[in-house]
Ligand binder design. Structure first.
Ligand SMILES: [Mn+2]
Length: 198
């Protein structure tokens, strides 16, 4: 591999201050400090199962709630992906994964299409996972797809425990990312699109 697929992005607003550093060809090392422990737990799944090195620091307006922080971490992570993946030469482009966790099962399918799109179908059985509002899960993914410019289909196929439902989504997301961003040796140096660009 010639150029390292890494990126650093800092995003500051009146609501949040966020920095993201990623290495798409990492080993799953992570330093996560978003101030939202459940979000850190989910981001850890992306790093570990995506084999992506991830360092994320966030200071958000948590005295209001976690909404801005979770959404803006999704946005900033999406920006970092767009930057690190570059011209997408030689990548597999599509990725998919099914991941179970006990009774829960989720499927995530991703396309580094250059177009933002999210289909999010996760019938959470509870509205809160501890202190974490489950509505924020789709906010995270909306932020990510709009800035990573990917098409993402997220389906929780079954599940009773909401923590399990959410965790299978993030694990499958990490696995699907890993497949999509992986360099395909048979397609080295080519852009995986008949248009010639993505
Ligand atoms: Mn867990």
């Amino acid at each position: 591999m010639s150029t390292p697929r890494t990126a650093e992005v800092t995003r500051n607003t009146n609501e949040t201050q966020i920095s993201v550093a990623i290495n798409l060809d990492g080993t799953g090392r992570q330093i996560l400090d978003t101030g939202v422990p459940f979000l850190d737990h989910m981001l850890d799944q992306i790093a570990r199962h995506g084999l992506i090195d991830l360092e994320i620091h966030a200071k958000g307006d948590l005295h209001i709630d976690a909404h801005h922080t979770v959404e803006d971490v999704g946005i900033t992570l999406g920006q970092a992906f767009a930057k690190a993946i570059g011209d997408k030469k030689g990548i597999r482009r599509y990725g998919h994964a099914y991941v179970p966790l006990d009774e829960a099962l989720s499927r995530v399918v991703i396309d580094f299409s250059g177009r933002p799109g999210l289909e999010f179908h996760v019938p959470f059985t509870r509205s809160m996972i501890g202190a974490f509002d489950v509505d924020l899960t789709s906010e995270f993914f909306h932020g990510f797809v709009n800035h990573a410019l990917v098409t993402l289909h997220v389906d929780n196929l079954r599940g009773v425990n909401a923590h399990h439902q959410c965790e299978t989504v993030f694990k499958a997301f990490g696995r699907a990312l890993r497949m999509a961003i992986e360099l395909d040796p048979r397609a080295a140096g080519t852009i995986p699109s008949t248009k010639g660009s993505l």
